[in-house]
Ligand binder design. Structure first.
Ligand SMILES: Cc1cc2nc3c(=O)[nH]c(=O)nc-3n(C[C@H](O)[C@H](O)[C@H](O)COP(=O)(O)O)c2cc1C
Length: 189
């Protein structure tokens, strides 16, 4: 695939095959992150690949979040069902990668480092796609909680978790939806 073909064809993956992505492939995919543009070459990106034990702890928390989000009128039995579905959903993601960026210096530097890490994340998504690996960038509640920072060993005073990458071989690819560029493009005199 050419770069433009990869950009055009990549889709967020929500459903994965059970087959795990080998560690070597994960490392290769992540190796493209570090070539992202980065003002002052601060290299602010950090990647934490979640192990089996940690994943199960996160899945339990995900279960609780789903229960907490359930409408007030839902009875306990159905809340338990919603929780179990959440647990299953989380454990169905073959690999979970936490992406964070160092937060250091003044406001401008922090913004630039955040932007650079987002560029790195897109490099990763595109490289993965080219290798047949799908990803879902998630910024859900679990990515923001203090407990999550503690669990994965990230100091919230020094690093900001931008999101999780749920990663694996796609079992379903969704159809893209976008408005035409003409709706977003302006030219000045
Ligand atoms: C910053 C960011 C945060 C996202 N967070 C979520 C999320 O929490 N849950 C989710 O389902 N998708 C999330 N996504 C993925 C989007 O849903 C996805 O990119 C969008 O549906 C467009 O689909 P596509 O990537 O296949 O073009 C996020 C994407 C970005 C860039």
């Amino acid at each position: 695939m050419t770069a433009t073909e990869t950009i055009r064809s990549r889709r967020t993956t929500f459903k994965f095959k059970q087959e795990p992505v080998p560690k070597k492939v994960i490392e290769e995919i992540l190796s493209y992150a570090i070539w992202a543009p980065n003002h002052h070459i601060t290299e602010p990106w950090r990647f934490t690949v979640i192990g089996k034990e940690t994943k199960l702890i996160l899945a339990e928390r995900y279960r609780q979040i789903q229960i907490e989000k359930a409408a007030a009128h839902v009875d306990e039995k159905n809340k338990a069902k919603i929780g179990q579905l959440g647990y299953k959903k989380f454990t169905s993601k073959p690999t979970v990668i936490v992406v964070s960026c160092i937060q250091d210096g003044d406001e401008q530097r922090r913004r630039e480092d955040y932007a650079a890490t987002c560029c790195a994340m897109q490099n990763v998504q595109l490289a993965a796609w080219e290798m047949g690996v799908g990803m879902q960038w998630s910024s859900g509640q679990i990515t923001m909680e203090e407990n999550t920072y503690r669990l994965v060993g990230i100091d919230p005073d020094k690093e900001y978790i931008i999101g999780f990458f749920y990663t694996g071989y796609p079992s379903e690819i969704r159809k893209p939806q976008r408005k035409p560029l003409s709706e977003f493009l302006r030219w000045t005199a």
